[in-house]
Design a binder for this molecule. Structure first.
Ligand SMILES: [Zn+2]
Length: 282
């Protein structure tokens, strides 16, 4: 049983506010907690019958997980120049995917900790074929095209409720209760790890009961950005059209192709936020 883990940090127990993830020395504490939660998921997965685990670090610069502390049975995808973003390395050879430490979408529950959709600096809303999606809902559809079912989500209670609208049967470990975007009631890490480990084991044991989330093409993405220039600069890609001052739309034949283009648009939008050549040397 081959398992893929998409790891993020905002949904890790212990994380209640942005400053913990951006300021030193706090960030060093929280990347350690992220690594420990991922390890708890790996342990549970092997207990449940997994034989191979690949982890993709999916937060910020995508180099948060401490490789020296990673469970030695797993391999880690680290570094941010990835065509497949949070799902780099995923293919049809996998039997399931976990989303560990993930978070609610921008514009979703007001109680989900550090809610955002892929890039808080630029993305307001994402719709896939008319359905508003957060990161997990998008990634689950991409995994679906590879025939890979979503088995486990971990994060705050509001995030879990949000994702369950799309994946009602997914196993879930709720490691904190959201109060506000920057406030939470937290489980102690040891308790959170025990819970994740147990749910991960059950998720792998149940893997054959889950269906991949497959949506037939063509796939249309509508993306609302926070600023007008973020939207406009994505139209340098020919198939991307403006449908509002901050809103773009494009259609691709399938979900994987559309996901890559969406990520490309987000990369452009992030760079356009302060002027694409504002840091140029020439
Ligand atoms: Zn993140």
């Amino acid at each position: 049983m081959k398992l893929f883990i998409s790891a993020d940090i905002e949904g890790v127990s212990g994380v209640a506010t942005n400053v913990q993830l951006t300021k030193e020395p706090e960030y060093q504490r929280f990347r350690k907690l992220m690594t420990q939660e991922v390890n708890a998921a790996i342990e549970g997965a092997f207990e449940g019958g997994a034989t191979e685990v690949v982890v993709a670090d999916g937060h910020g610069n995508m180099s948060n997980i401490l490789i020296e502390d990673l469970d030695e049975r797993a391999r880690l995808i680290s570094g941010s120049n990835r065509v497949m973003c949070q799902l780099e390395g995923l293919d049809s050879s996998f039997d399931g995917i976990f989303f560990v430490g993930h978070h609610g979408r921008e514009g979703g529950s007001e109680r989900s900790i550090i809610n955002h959709s892929l890039a808080g600096i630029c993305v307001s809303e994402v719709k896939v074929n008319g359905v508003v999606c957060g990161e997990t809902e998008i990634n689950a559809r991409v995994a679906g095209q590879f025939g890979v079912p979503s088995l486990l989500i971990t994060g705050d209670d509001a995030y879990v409720a949000e994702v369950k609208e799309t994946l009602p049967n997914v196993e879930a470990a709720i490691v904190k209760r959201g109060i506000d975007r920057f406030a939470a009631e937290l489980l102690a890490p040891k308790r959170a790890h025990a819970l994740i480990r147990e749910k991960a084991r059950i998720a792998v044991e149940r893997a054959k009961e889950f269906e991949p989330l497959v949506i037939e093409g063509p796939i249309t993405f509508e993306v609302e950005f926070k600023g007008t220039s973020q939207a406009l600069m994505t139209t340098t890609i020919p198939v991307v059209e403006m449908v509002g001052p901050k809103k773009i739309r494009f259609t691709c034949p399938d979900m994987v192709t559309a996901y890559k283009l969406f990520w490309g648009c987000v990369i452009i939008a992030m760079t356009a936020t302060n002027g694409v050549l504002s840091h140029a040397n020439a």
